[in-house]
Write a protein that binds this ligand. Sequence first.
Ligand code: HEM
Length: 424
Amino acid sequence: MPKSLKSRGGEEELQCGPVFTVFAMGTRMTFVTEEEGINVFLNSKHVNFELAVQKPVYCTASVPKNIFFTLHEKLYITMKGKMGPFNIHQFTGKLIDELHEQLGNLGSHGIMDLNILVRDLLYPATVNTVFNKGLIPTDKGELQEFYQHFETYDEGFEYGSQMPEWLLRNWSKSKKWLLEVLEKNITHIKAYKSEKDNSVTIMQAVQDVIEMEKSELIPNYALLMLWASLSNAVPIAFWTLAFVLSHPDIHRAIKEDIASVFGSAGKDKMKVTEDELKKLPLTKWCVLEAIRLRAPGVLARKVVKAVNIMNFTIPPGDLLMVSPFWLHRNPKYFPEPELFKPERWRKANLEKHAFLDGFIGFGGGKFQCPGRWFALLEIEICLILMLYKYDCYLLDPLPKQSDLHLVGVPKPEGQCRIEYRKRI
Ligand code: HEM
């Protein structure tokens, strides 16, 4: 049953069946594209998340495999609790303050690349919330150095997770630079005390768990946390704004919704409460729709005992691969899959924290992304503040997505300038 699959860029067409194996650099990767295979991927006891990611974790953050295994479940439960739907609103106020502060640097009018604008807003807002102020430098030169090293590390992450470090000199330099910065900051990150309550930051909660086993690995885990918290959320914020601004009807509808909750303009440092967010479902739908269309390329699990999928036997040792990017283009789940249609999310039971059937943008099964509610919250707030405070227009068409990486959310290819003007 051959089937044609479009590449991310949409140009090439591959012919392949519903189960196919790619053999590369000594690893067998078996891709499954249909329901039966996806169910095995998400639910079978015979496929394992930790075994699939232990090598990438070792290569990219130098966390030894035995420590990773000992700590993974405890750390996952801690992160899931800290950023789960019942605790997430403790971060709303902090994220809003941080974003107001960063928006203050934009000035009243300007033209810039949307990618840079989103980075300048969300890198500091995210890091200052997940870690603590001080890790992201405020001095312009030092900040550029930080961005440059993080971007080199992020760009090379996929290669760094598979290839020896000595083959990737620049990437390795940036990895070491980031580890050193994190090491220097550990005491400071640990010392943070909330002025409002006794709550600890996400990184402090993670640190407490690592300390029980191997405190010298805190910078390494901090590097993983830094990457996990920025590498997908920031490009998704870009795509959400870019999709909204290139769909005038949706742009208008969001602005009307925002005006109906906050008035038309004037509240420069406005707060956004949980109730107000509930009155703006379209903003959440836009973020989810952007994730659907710009989902991570692949997810992986290691097969530990042979599994049968559509009359094929997948042997132990294979990596079982699923592509959210492909699944999200299946018209059975998402009619007119190539269109940006936020209203399709009306059918999702988001009140009960459920996404749409067929949506695996945050992964799935036991170890679905623990930061998903945090990501949705920060991108929603970013969109609301940006569209409330500024009139925004795109000066370029929606860019293509880069085909360069399979891991994580695709980045935009080429520039996409935004013009913004502060509303009185
Ligand atoms: C739109 C933004 C995001 C997307 C699309 C995304 C997507 C994902 C995906 C696909 C996975 C792998 C899940 C699997 O294999 O089933 C994952 C894991 C993870 N994500 Fe996210 N993520 C996002 C934002 C965030 C944020 C903001 C944080 C932290 C603040 C975060 C923290 C993590 C962590 C720590 C893991 C590893 C979990 C583990 O070790 O079990 N993510 N994410």
